[in-house]
Write a protein that binds this ligand. Structure first.
Ligand code: SF4
Length: 218
């Protein structure tokens, strides 16, 4: 095995994760990509700027499926998947159109995101995900806008309006997609009751998760 080759798809639990990009409009305080030196449980997720094409991703996913089936395809990785919105949707379309067999057309497809896609792309992109993405997990983290900015550390263009745009994204996802979760990292400083209330108001199911460092490298 070539250990220097960046990982484009990797297994975690019962999913196949897709590392679309290393670009991200935030620099979250709990992001483990620097602390873990771009390594995720033994996979080198540093793409070195060479972002994979949809055809390459699908070819790898098909190979993985043939080796051993997985329950869901997850766009995640060390970077924000929606920075490559078109590539992500193209992968999903290939699957849904039956052009990625033996991957089943109804394979569950999940997006883990910081929810800034509408802000980054300057339009509501959630309708474009309809019929393609089954589940979104949006890293909302808090009900407090100032704390959101402190935790997420968004790049300048999204510093002032980002929190509202993330809320808008969650609201839209809850309306249009089969499953929408708002997630929070349990950092100890967050009012989790207020976070859960906000998630519910936006129509999403709240989910609190431990910091990845505390889960341990498995
Ligand atoms: S959104 Fe994800 S990749 Fe981006 S900084 Fe936060 S944890 Fe890291």
């Amino acid at each position: 095995m070539d250990t220097n080759k960046p990982t484009i798809v990797y297994r975690y639990r019962d999913g196949l994760y897709v590392n679309l990009t290393n670009r991200c409009p935030t620099a979250c305080v709990f992001c483990i990509k620097t602390a873990w030196k771009m390594d995720y449980r033994g996979s080198d997720l540093n793409l070195g700027g060479a972002e994979p094409a949809p055809a390459e991703i699908i070819a790898l996913a098909k190979k993985e499926w043939e080796a051993s089936q997985f329950r869901e395809l997850v766009f995640c990785g060390f970077g924000e998947p929606t920075m490559r919105l078109e590539a992500m949707l193209a992968c999903a379309r290939l699957i849904r159109n039956g052009r990625a067999e033996p991957l089943p057309r109804n394979l569950r497809i999940r997006l883990n995101t910081n929810g800034l896609a509408n802000a980054v792309w300057g339009r509501n992109v959630v309708p474009e995900m309809k019929g393609l993405i089954d589940s979104v997990h949006v890293s909302l983290n808090t009900a407090d806008p100032a704390q959101w900015a402190a935790l997420m550390r968004p790049m300048e263009p999204w510093a002032a309006t980002g929190f509202e745009k993330v809320k808008e994204f969650i609201r839209e996802a809850a309306l249009l997609l089969p499953e929408a979760f708002a997630t929070a990292v349990d950092s100890g400083d967050v009012d989790l009751e207020k976070f859960k209330e906000l998630a519910a108001r936006l129509g999403a199911e709240p989910r609190v998760r431990p910091r990845l460092e505390e889960e341990g490298k498995k």
